[in-house]
Ligand binder design. Structure first.
Ligand code: ADP
Ligand code: MG
Length: 253
């Protein structure tokens, strides 16, 4: 996609769980090359919005388009194949396996049943290709030196970078990160910020859910603020920070 072209259109998406409207007719766009933040208090519907975009949850209503084509309602595997990759709020890893194996097999595991089947079922060429790609993406996020360590040895900040490398293996046009900075120390946040800026510099588009105001303000081009399932406002980081509505709802000021 060309820089500035509309990449993702989220149009009045809705998710109802029983009697609860978790996401209430939320609309926003992402342009190619942008980093957009999705901000809001716990339970606002941010992760559910991610799940709707990536096909992890089914839409109760609304549309999702990628480069003009409808992807809403497609199975997550097909949405991933179209170029939308994500990480989850909680790190998913096989702690005894190496960082490299976790990244190489991650994508494969997501669409197949079990580890044994996936290892046994991989053709040699395909296996080599996956491992080469994993190494390349680990290099990209600055984790190449740790690639032979057990994934369980990684600090949280490194584990998050490992997940980003795994998501990058699918060669996405859009990367969705669910709270990548949560629980990280200052230095780890800075490394993460550097990696994300570098990805943006390479033309990647990103949507990130984040609680950490400072982190979002620094990194994003635009912010969508959610509260109780609805979109409260949208604007530049400066506009969002200055909004009395947001300060009241989100910051409790
Ligand atoms: P956030 O990520 O902004 O913290 P979520 O999208 O996780 O918010 O949750 C939004 C609301 O939907 C919450 O009230 C949550 O309890 C509810 N919810 C999320 N997932 C489910 C589910 N699978 N079943 C029922 N309720 C859910
Ligand atoms: Mg969440």
């Amino acid at each position: 996609p060309q820089q500035g072209q509309t990449l993702l259109e989220v149009v009045e998406v809705r998710k109802v769980f029983g009697g609860l409207v978790a996401v209430n007719d939320v609309s926003f766009d992402i342009k190619a090359g942008e980093i957009v933040g999705l901000l809001g208090p716990n339970g606002a519907g941010k992760s559910t919005t991610f799940n709707l975009i990536t096909g992890v949850a089914s839409l109760s209503n609304g549309r999702v388009r990628l480069l003009g084509e409808e992807i809403g309602g497609l199975p997550s595997r097909l949405i991933a194949r179209r170029g939308v990759s994500r990480t989850f709020q909680h790190v998913k890893m096989l702690p005894e396996m190496s960082v490299l194996e976790n990244v190489a097999l991650g994508g494969y595991l997501r669409s197949h049943a079990g580890i044994l089947r996936s290892v046994a079922g991989l053709a040699r060429d395909e296996e080599r290709r996956l491992f080469r790609e994993a190494e390349r993406q680990l290099e990209r996020v600055g984790l190449r030196e740790q690639m032979h360590e057990p994934a369980g040895n990684l600090a949280l900040g490194q584990a998050r970078l490992m997940e980003i490398a795994r998501a990058l293996c699918a060669d996405p046009v859009l990367l969705l990160l669910d709270e990548p900075a949560a629980g990280l120390r200052h230095q780890e946040k800075q490394s993460l910020g550097r990696v994300l800026r570098q990805l943006k510099g390479e033309g990647m588009s990103l949507l990130l859910v984040e609680h950490d105001m400072e982190f979002v303000m620094d990194l994003t081009d635009r912010i969508v603020v959610m509260e109780f399932g609805t979109k409260l406002m949208e604007g530049t980081p400066a506009e969002v920070q200055a909004s009395p509505q947001v300060r009241a709802a989100y910051l409790g000021m």
